[in-house]
Design a protein around this ligand. Structure first.
Ligand SMILES: NC(=O)C1=CN([C@@H]2O[C@H](COP(=O)(O)OP(=O)(O)OC[C@H]3O[C@@H](n4cnc5c(N)ncnc54)[C@H](O)[C@@H]3O)[C@@H](O)[C@H]2O)C=CC1
Ligand SMILES: O=C(O)[C@H](O)CS(=O)(=O)O
Length: 478
């Protein structure tokens, strides 16, 4: 699996880092996939030095040359889809079809920001001083340290690499140790596309050697994380010591509101796949289902029937619709959410425990819970697993209050046929992204991100490149 990869420092693969080896596990079987080198402090120092050289070269590279590279990288990625999808599935557990979609979404990021690289506009403002002029320029922010979660190992990295490279930055990428191979395949695609030495470096390994030296280094001018709110909060504190730019794609706990005028069957057909994609380990997955009281009973029944029909299995089996959780700790965490629900009088409508399977994989049955109070874990916390908590509401005012009663604000979804309700929901939902009769929030051309404790900054769209640019004012009196 990893014999051709390892750490990527100064344009070469280092199969042997100076740190300890890291075992990678297939969550679908519990078996080892192989091991990868863990970076040492010396490796991190070499990556920082390499990134400094890479930045000097890349920021001087014309935008159209950067753009052509990004487009070529997207083409190479598309050509290597099957290899990449297999790696994503083996490391993260998600079914192959979802892995292929994720890789395609990742290539789209490079294609989109290949175009955006050509559109880094400044402006000139007439000065109030005779003969003067004000120039507003955009310059690359510098060396970027990028940290990503395990659940979408490709697109989370692409959402950072593509805009940073479009802007002229150099990047040190440090993926989750659960899924290092996916980032390795992606960087090998960039290498194949002609990535210059030092522009992207890859570190894998312990926080002490792959995060601490980067966040402390004054040479690193931007920290970008996709991960939990707890880790994001820590990184924001750490980055403040050297006043780094930051962008944070953090936790979510998305409400889905089904109004009484919704097309309930259509809502169910979309909600169940959205809930159980990647076994629910999706930051924008619908977690809290608020259903108008007139529809609640039928909605629960329809949700349960669809959940029970899902085929669980290893992601490499093309027939699999839901794979495992990422590790045993996630299985325990989800089991605790169910136990909390039972203690609070909730009804486990289906699921609630690991399935009976001939597998050592980390599986948990698709689970539907009703009858819970709003402060139950299944409703109040980010569960990040295959749990749907469904609860009735009586009025619009009630449901907006309950849906917004959260420290999170990543995604929110409403289902209704009423244009008036659509306008009100988009305006009143406290989230960075709102889906109306849709869960399709993730696209390279759309700004992805949250508010409140779901994070800061946006990835994708015309906003995404701004995260990696500094504004410079020049007042020229000539
Ligand atoms: N907003 C978004 O776009 C997304 C958010 N997420 C969030 O990520 C979380 C799940 O992913 P996880 O990898 O479990 O999150 P995590 O926060 O535990 O880890 C995120 C990254 O930070 C690293 N990390 C862990 N502890 C660290 C520390 N003390 N110092 C520095 N780095 C550290 C991890 O190795 C990983 O690379 C969920 O909360 C989910 O909502 C996941 C995907 C997308
Ligand atoms: O990590 C995630 O949850 C992804 O952002 C989900 S998606 O945007 O790729 O669908």
């Amino acid at each position: 699996m990893y014999q051709n990869y390892g750490l990527f420092i100064d344009g070469v693969w280092l199969g042997v880092g100076q740190g300890e080896r890291i075992e990678v596990v297939d969550p679908g079987t519990g078996a080892g996939l192989g091991d990868v080198p863990g970076a040492s402090l010396a490796d991190a120092g070499e990556a920082l030095a390499s990134a400094g050289r890479g930045l000097a070269l890349w920021r001087a590279t014309p935008a159209w040359t950067r753009a052509d590279f990004l487009h070529h990288a997207a083409d190479v990625m598309r050509a290597r889809t099957e290899e990449a999808a297999r790696m994503i599935t083996l490391e993260s557990g998600k079914p192959l079809a979802q892995a292929r979609r994720e890789w395609t979404m990742s290539a789209d990021q490079f294609r989109w920001f290949g175009e955006e690289a050509r559109r880094i506009y400044g402006r000139i403002v007439e000065s109030r001083a005779p003969g003067g002029r004000i120039e507003v320029l955009h310059e690359p922010v510098g060396i970027v340290a990028a940290f990503t979660a395990w659940n979408f190992p490709a697109v989370l990295a692409a959402r950072k690499l593509a805009p940073a490279l479009a802007a002229g930055c150099a990047v040190i990428l440090r993926p989750s140790s659960e899924v290092p191979g996916t980032a390795m395949v992606m960087i090998d695609c960039l290498r194949e596309a002609g990535l210059p030495k030092g522009v992207v470096n890859l570190l894998v390994g312990p926080v002490a050697t792959t995060y601490a030296p980067l966040v402390a280094s004054p040479a690193v001018r931007k920290v970008t994380l996709t991960g939990s709110t707890a880790i994001g909060r820590q990184m924001l504190h750490d980055a403040a010591d050297t006043v780094k730019r930051t962008s944070m794609e953090l936790g979510g706990n998305a409400p889905m509101v089904v109004f009484e005028d919704a097309d309930m069957e259509a809502a169910l057909d979309l909600a169940v796949p959205a809930k159980f994609a990647n076994a629910g380990q999706v930051c924008v997955a619908p977690d809290r289902f608020y259903v108008h009281e007139s529809l609640h009973g039928r909605f629960v029944s329809g949700f349960v029937a669809r959940a029970r029909a899902l085929r669980l299995g290893h992601g490499l089996d093309e027939a699999t619709q839901m794979g495992p959780l990422i590790n045993p700790r996630r299985v325990s965490a989800i089991a605790e959410v169910v136990a909390d629900a039972q203690r609070r009088g909730g009804r486990i409508e289906t699921g609630g425990s690991p399935p009976q399977m001939e597998s050592n994989g980390y599986f948990f049955s698709p689970t539907v819970i009703s009858g819970l109070p709003d402060d139950a874990k299944a409703l109040a916390d980010e569960n990040f697993g295959p749990i749907a908590a469904i609860t009735p509401f009586a009025s619009d005012e009630e449901v907006y209050h309950r849906a917004n009663d959260s420290s999170f604000g990543l995604a929110a979804y409403v289902f209704t046929k009423s244009p008036a309700r659509v306008r009100e929901a988009v305006a009143r939902m406290e989230a960075g992204m709102v889906g109306v009769n849709s869960f399709a929030l993730s696209a390279a051309e759309a700004p992805f991100g949250g508010i409140k404790e779901s994070g800061t900054g946006r990835e994708g769209g015309s906003e995404g490149i701004l995260e990696f640019l500094n504004v410079k004012l020049a007042h020229v009196a000539l």
